[in-house]
Every structure is written in structure tokens, then in C-alpha cells.
Design a protein around this ligand. Sequence first.
Ligand code: ADE
Length: 339
Amino acid sequence: MSKNKPVNNPSIADALVSSGIDQILRPSNWDEYIGQENIKKNIKVIIEAAIKRSEPIDHVLFYGQAGLGKTTLAYLIANELKAQIKTTSGPALEKVGDIAAILSNLEPYDVLFIDEVHRINHLIEEAFYPALESRKLHIMVGKGPSARSVTLDLPPFTLIAATTRVNLLSGPMRSRFGATFKLDYYNTHDITKIIKRSAKVLNVAIDEPAIKILAAASRRTPRVANRLLKRIRDYAEVKGTGEVNASTCSAALQFLGVDFLGLEDADRRFLETIIHKFNGGPVGVNALAAALNEDKGTIEDVYEPYLMGLGFLERTPAGRIATAAAYEHFGVKTAGKLV
Ligand code: ADE
């Protein structure tokens, strides 16, 4: 029924994006995927049941901070289902025609992965609803008075969507997912295991004390751990023998501007702005965003979750407050401008 396919679509390749994740380090089976045990357990049951019934699995939504493994889980699911995965992202879908092109080219049992799904515009979202619910795609063919709506039947498929901001997803969209999982920060034990696995894959000689230091600086996030490991490897190769021990690791982190808790310049600037410019808070997020010349969403999604996890920041109805632990970390005794 190719005549029913939407015309004037950009190439599907434009809207299908590469995942941007390090392919070498990405776990390719469940045994290699460390942590998030509860999610893994649930997904294994969903997959096994769907395979038994020869059905696609329900649409799945993953949410949580960046770098915790949402995309990796989508790829693992597709792998386990022996299904093709097609990847796109909310901002890459500009027109209803973009999603129509992707959906109408799906093969039976394909997995469609949409990253940053909260950034899909509402027209596209509405085109999605019948596709998710009853595998129908309604598209307009022709222009002006001769325009008419054509309904395409879609093959069975599974949408796996990921977002860092689940609260920005509309209620109707959220309700289309048969399973929703929140990814949490990793504990030190699991981050340590991930570092050891990555060091093996990358052939980095790193000793236990150095792994401990790196784990503490990894913000409980695999993507950060892997990124730092690679930069530390570079540093060790250029400034030393290539082997990473505690002193090389600490020197490399210092060189990278990362402290022993994983705080970077931007985090320091964020907390010091609250402490020195706003007397420790409370300060509203909009005022902070203006003072830092930073996007409000970035503050809420990137800086704050980890700082709150460390106990350095509190979000109160009156605004953000730097805690006593933050003062101590920065060696500041009282709020206000330093003299
Ligand atoms: N690399 C990134 N995330 C990972 C995880 N959860 N387990 C193992 N390696 C990873």
C-alpha cells in the first residue's frame, strides 16, 4: 500500500538518530548489565511472557537521570526479543510526517526507541495515540479541498521511550505505556563493578585504591564513571606509565577539575552562588537561573538531583537552600559575600 505512505517526507534517516552511547562499553546481555536489579527482574518476566504468547511486549517507559542506562536497557530488550531497534528522539521529530514515516516503515515486532520523549510536540503525540493503542495510523493525503484522511494498519511493534523529565509527559501519553520504570542512581558496589568491567574492556590497568577513588567521583552514574575512566586513562598514558594507581587517579581528577565527590566547576559555581550571592538561600530557581546564566531545566535536571543526593541542597517551597554539609565541603563558615 505504498501509495498510502505520506508524501514529501524527509528521509527517515533524518529522524532516526544514533544513540550516541559508547558501543564498546554498552552491555550486550543481562549478565553484563550491572545494577537496577528490580527493573531487570520485571523486564525478564515481561519478555518471557510475551515470547510465550508470540506477542510484542507492551510499550515501556523508562525515566530517570541522564546516564543511568535507559538507552542500554532498550537495546538489551530488543536484543533479547531478537528484534530490530529503530532509534529516534523527541526533538528529532518535527512534523507529524516524520513519525508517520517511521511508523509506516516498521517491520513486525520491531522496537521503536524514542529518547527524550517529553520533547515530542503535541501534534505528533496525538498522531501517536491510535498507533500505540490500536496500531492505526491516520494520515492526511493531498492538499486543500481534496485532502482526505487515510488509515494505515501498522504491524505489531513495541515503543520504548525514555525521559529525564517524566512530569513533562502528558497524562494521556503516560497512560499508553504498559510498564513504567524509574532508574535510580547506582550504589557504590555496582559503580565499582561497572568500572572494573569497563577497565577490562578498555584494557586499562587500574588498581583497587584507584577504582575506589574513581567510584566516589562518578556521581553514582555509569556514563560518568566510563567517561572519567577514559580521561584518566589518557592522563595516565601521557603523564605516566599508563597504569592507574591512587595517586595518578587523584592527579587526573584534579587535572579534570573533578573533586573527590565528583563535583565539577559548574556544581561549585551553583552552590557558591547560593551561598555567597543569596546568603545560602532560600532562593527561587528562576533567580538562580538568571544569576548563573543557565537554563532552568538544566539546573533542575542536571545539577540539583546529585547535589540533593549528597545532602548539599534542599528544595523547599520558599526556594533552594545550601545545607550545612555544603558549607563544610566548601570550607565556608557563614553565608554572604566572602571578605
Ligand atoms: N555501562 C553503562 N551502564 C552499565 C551497566 N548498568 N552495567 C554495566 N555496564 C554499564
